[in-house]
Ligand binder design. Structure first.
Ligand code: SF4
Length: 341
């Protein structure tokens, strides 16, 4: 198996709030291998988007990374100087597709001007970024030609004319195509997509998922795709991580996780999906507050299979099937639940 392109290792993130310290991410792991699409799935409030923001260095100001590493091509992004992160990684080596296409574009600037700004600071794929963002007329024309080709790649009609229009002149699906083109513009190796289809209707959602799959193949992209929908994972992803209350509870190839989910939370999440649900019972209770998470396994107050050991200590992460890991005492050797992994 190839070495990871992106690896999040043992990452913990705390946010200071007026009510206290909220541990949003608690020793989470994620591995993205070259050429693959990795889904991150879980209910709202499980820390999926925070994980993406940590990779991009875009955590809220009151956040602290307490432990862990984020390795991109073997380099720890958490120790990278801010300038390198801004110019060479975020938006260039690692592209980002945000959740809401209606909020992500500035309504008062033409789409073309907003996208040209990206290239002005990061440069064309394979070229050095322009010094201090200064470009001459020839470079500007090359940037514009590149953007037109990118809009063609995301199948946006009338690409030249599109650059002259304002965001409100596009539908939701077209705006999401614009944002995908923007994420691709600087030739990233990795795309991080934070629920990019959630705000779209079902038909448009399917079109965007197919487009992303095609683009990943065409450009040889690797992608982390955050979603709350196992159906999207099934359609798009090669591997998946299931998160609950800031922790990684299960991870593995999509066929393996969907075929034989090992963690009770993953099984219950799958059973909630309309394609699989016999009835729409849902998962009782709610994701706990990160201000006061439960002891031991954070899922134990909602877990129908909980036992005494579950509240006493955090379950160890095991790999009971090939490349398929789970953190649950049901998969421990007898009496081996430990306080640490
Ligand atoms: Fe349920 Fe216990 Fe497994 Fe947690 S460790 S998922 S509470 S059985």
């Amino acid at each position: 198996m190839s070495a990871p392109l992106l690896a999040i290792e043992d990452l913990s993130v705390t946010v200071r709030t007026d009510e206290g310290h909220a541990q949003i991410i608690d020793r989470a792991d994620l591995v993205l291998r070259p050429g693959s699409i990795h889904g991150v799935v879980g209910e709202s409030g499980c820390g999926k988007s925070t994980l993406i923001k940590a990779v991009l260095g875009l955590l809220p100001r009151r956040s602290t990374i307490d432990r862990g590493r984020i390795l991109f091509e073997g380099q720890n992004l958490l120790t990278l100087p801010r300038e390198s992160m801004t110019r060479e990684v975020r938006g260039r080596a690692i592209g980002f597709i945000p959740q809401d296409p209606f909020q992500a574009l500035n309504p008062v600037f033409r789409v073309g001007d907003q996208m040209m700004e990206l290239l002005r600071w990061h440069g064309l794929p394979g070229e050095s970024p322009p010094s201090r963002g200064r470009i001459d007329r020839t470079t500007r024309a090359r940037h514009r030609a590149h953007l037109i080709s990118m809009l063609g790649a995301v199948q946006l009609a009338d690409a030249e004319e599109a650059l002259e229009r304002y965001p409100h002149q596009f539908s939701g699906g077209q705006r999401q195509r614009l944002l995908i083109a923007a994420a691709l513009a600087c030739g990233p190796k990795v795309i991080l997509a934070d629920e990019p289809t959630t705000a779209l209707d079902v038909t448009t959602q399917l079109q965007i998922l197919k487009l992303l799959r095609d683009l990943a193949e065409t450009f040889g992209l690797s992608m982390v795709f955050v979603t709350h929908d196992f159906g999207v994972v099934a359609q798009l992803c090669d591997t998946v991580t299931v998160m609950y209350a800031g922790q990684t509870v299960e991870s593995g190839p999509v066929a393996s996780v969907l075929g034989t989910a090992l963690h009770p939370y993953a099984r219950m999440l799958l059973a909630c999906h309309p394609d699989r649900a016999a009835d729409l019972a849902g998962i009782p209770g709610a994701v706990p507050s990160p201000l006061a998470p439960p002891s031991g396994c954070r899922f134990h107050p909602r877990c129908p299979e909980a036992r005494d050991a579950c509240a006493a200590a955090r379950p160890a992460t095991r790999e009971p099937a090939a490349h398929h890991s789970v953190a649950c005492v049901l998969h421990d050797e007898p009496a081996t639940a430990t306080a640490t992994r």
